[in-house]
Design a protein around this ligand. Structure first.
Ligand code: NAD
Length: 284
């Protein structure tokens, strides 16, 4: 099956980026949100992002207009009837996602693929309520979508080969690099990345080096573009902590226990850039 039109449900940071990446590659997109304000913001964000590509000489102005025209905003799930595939990118909440995915299955064609961009919820669990779990799959994009080349393609227990290969093909067609992953907490990238960040907090807590030196060490010694503590501030310390807590709960392995320093910074409201202070200070 060749995917030519895609519905995107959820017009936030990720949904708008996914819609842009699809439209630039010639795919017709219907983007759905419960909020008109979110839809207007998404259109403006995509327009701004495409303008920047034009000013950098990476996109022709005519291509910008064509891409924008391919994206149709809607608040009605009934607009999904012609989509070959629907990507769910709404708020990260299990009950909400189960409800949305059921609504998508009702509204979309019987042969449409349904994908979710969830970062933390089990693909197999989300598929369980569907009449046809074989056409459900995880498609985990990275933020910001127009810039980040990776897509983790996650097969749930019941995902079919046909579904997985159609989504791999689409991912390559929109100029992204797919990696195939079996369903498991954190998939591949966050499973490795977040415990590394947690380890950096242990190193800081034990007084082995200053925060600046830990970050410099990993930048210059491991060739990372950003140090783990600065990355924690970017991601949000609360997000890192809750991911570690999920790994500890789901794997039951003490190697995933969150560092006390990380937990205390979160308790103190030092969440990183978004709160103005995390490991480092971010004056307004
Ligand atoms: P966001 O809060 O920016 O956007 C979520 C959008 O979903 C909002 O516009 C909201 O109005 C909409 N929504 C809520 N209920 C809805 C419904 N019933 N129908 C349609 N739309 C609805 O969130 P985000 O950062 O874009 O994250 C979206 C998903 O992507 C989450 O599952 C998240 O885990 C995942 N994700 C996020 C990142 C990231 O770095 N932000 C990276 C990878 C994956």
């Amino acid at each position: 099956m060749k995917i030519k039109s895609v519905g995107v449900v959820g017009a936030g940071a990720m949904g708008s980026g996914i819609a842009q990446a699809l439209a630039v590659s010639g795919i017709n997109v219907v983007i759905i949100d419960v909020s008109d304000v979110a839809l207007e913001k998404a259109k403006a964000t995509i327009d701004h992002s495409l303008q920047r590509l034009v000013s950098k000489g990476k996109l022709a102005d005519s291509a910008r207009e064509v891409a924008l025209a391919r994206i149709v905003p809607s608040t009605e799930y009934t607009s999904l009837t012609s989509a070959d595939m629907v990507v769910e990118a709404a708020t990260e909440n299990v009950d909400l996602k189960k409800r949305i995915i059921a609504q998508i299955e009702t509204a979309a064609r019987a042969d449409a693929i349904i994908a979710t961009n969830t970062s933390s919820i089990s693909i197999t669990a989300l598929a369980a309520g569907l009449a046809q779990p074989s056409r459900f799959i995880g498609m985990h994009f990275f933020n910001p979508v127009p810039v980040m080349p990776l897509v983790e393609i996650i097969r749930g227990l019941q995902t079919s080969d046909e579904t997985a290969s159609a989504v791999h093909e689409l991912t390559e067609r929109i100029d992204k690099s797919p990696i195939g992953v079996r369903n498991s907490p954190g998939f591949v990238v966050n499973r490795i990345l977040v415990p590394m960040i947690n380890e950096a907090f242990f190193v800081l807590q034990e007084g082995l080096a200053s925060a600046e030196d830990i970050d410099t060490g990993m930048k210059l010694g491991a060739n990372h573009p950003i140090g783990p503590l600065a990355l924690a501030d970017l991601v949000g310390l609360d997000v890192c902590l809750s991911v570690m807590d999920v790994y500890l709960r789901d794997f039951g392995d003490p190697k995933y226990r969150a560092c006390t320093l990380l937990r205390q910074l979160v308790e103190a409201g030092r969440l990183g850039r978004k709160s103005g202070r995390g490991v480092y200070d971010y004056p307004a």
